[in-house]
Design a protein around this ligand. Structure first.
Ligand code: SF4
Length: 262
């Protein structure tokens, strides 16, 4: 039987992470300190697809120095765009996509980046995550960008029981109060890049371990929400230090329920 998600103290999670990572008060309206051009958020997020953050930042800085807005990018020559963003990988497909996006912004939206998820997702290479990023980071509108970090940590916290970022986005929208939406993504992403990594999360060092179903389970020897976290912890623990049941309370393997890796 599928176990339900548990209620999470999001206020405590955001307080704990923003203090730990010195991010200031997450209650302060996000755009006051982080204003970004919606166009550059849109194009930068497309560049970030299947690419490491450092490569995205390097390519974005070079691209926007040459093509700061939609008219400039729409006029750009493909070989030059490809050369400029080469470090992102998939640079040929991405070059075609971002130039087409720039052209469609001019043709269909008067050169402006649209402000709705529905309109944004009619643009080439724009899916739910990119569209949500534009709303949050470009316009300061509450939205729910879910990448692999947000998907993984939300499941580890016990807030959702989902198999894909798309399912996680839907579940978080239904259960997380809207006042938490804007700070949630940047704080969970930073946590996912540091302590709450895909393999071997550093729970003993985590500032929100008391609020996390996985952290409590690994500490107390209970079942973790994601089977792979329990397996990783058992593989890491020395013989004799292993605690807790190998299987969930129903006795069936969680892996057999088909939970996907993020
Ligand atoms: S306690 Fe562990 S699993 Fe939970 S958020 Fe912290 S690092 Fe991640």
């Amino acid at each position: 039987m599928k176990r339900p998600a548990t209620s999470v103290d999001w206020e405590g999670v955001l307080d704990g992470l923003s203090t730990f990572y010195h991010r200031g008060d997450w209650r302060v309206p996000y755009l006051r300190d982080h204003a970004e051009s919606p166009f550059q958020v849109l194009v930068g997020t497309i560049l970030s697809q299947r690419t490491r953050d450092a490569n995205t930042e390097r390519a974005s800085a070079a691209l926007f120095a040459r093509y700061p807005d939609a008219p400039a990018l729409a006029r750009g020559r493909l070989p030059d765009i490809e050369r400029t963003i080469r470090s992102t990988g998939f640079y040929r497909a991405k070059s075609r996509a971002i130039r087409a996006v720039a052209q469609q912004l001019l043709d269909r939206f008067g050169g402006e980046v649209p402000r709705t998820l529905e309109e944004l997702q009619t643009l080439p290479s724009v899916g739910p995550k990119t569209a949500n990023c534009v709303l949050v980071f470009g316009y300061g509108v509450p939205a729910m960008p879910v990448d692999t970090h947000v998907h993984r940590i939300s499941n580890r916290l016990g807030a959702v029981r989902t198999r894909s970022p798309e399912e996680t986005e839907q579940a978080l929208r239904e259960t997380v109060p809207e006042r938490y939406w804007i700070p949630l993504n940047p704080l969970l992403v930073q946590h996912g890049q540091n302590l709450c990594r895909p393999h071997r999360p550093k729970c003993p060092e985590c500032p929100i371990v008391a609020l996390c179903a996985t952290g409590r389970a690994l500490r107390d020897g209970g079942p973790t929400p994601r089977a792979e976290d329990r397996v990783a912890a058992r593989a890491k623990a020395p013989r004799g230090a292993r605690r807790g049941p190998a299987r969930g309370p129903s006795g069936s393997s969680h892996r057999s329920r088909g939970r996907a890796r993020p």
